[in-house]
Design a protein. Sequence first.
Length: 168
Amino acid sequence: MVQTAPRELNYVIADRFYVEMEGTLTAAFNECSGLGVQLKREAFMEGGVNDQQRILIGQPEFSDLALKRGITNNLVFWAWLNDILTCKTNCRRTINILLFNQAGETIQCWTVIGAIPVSWKAPPLQADGNTVAIEELTLAYEGLQINQAQSGGSQSLSKGRTPTGYFA
């Protein structure tokens, strides 16, 4: 009988991601869409080169981030939106979207820079319903960074983080 070394199980499953704002886990969401960037580009033909085109790359454009069916016992998202509605300054936040494996270790972190809520929807209020705390939260953002945990997810939530929320 051949003995094999134990394999680390590092499955990524879609229902285990959380949103961290200002160093605190604030909510768990069932769906996250819109993480993406598109570079503006301009194509032009160079004189005398008839079989190619040249591409000039412009500014990045980030799509809106939609977080759906969230569970939280914290009013931080509503307070954030309320600050914007009451014209308070410095309303942009850095948001971390954390993806965990089954052992609770951070697999990947998407850091959304300069995020600001542009839409917030509550679930329908029904006496016999089992709705969630936030139906949909849409964020516009200015930048995106993606960090992957080292050694296949060896970092847990409590270690390897800087005060700004980034992985060391």
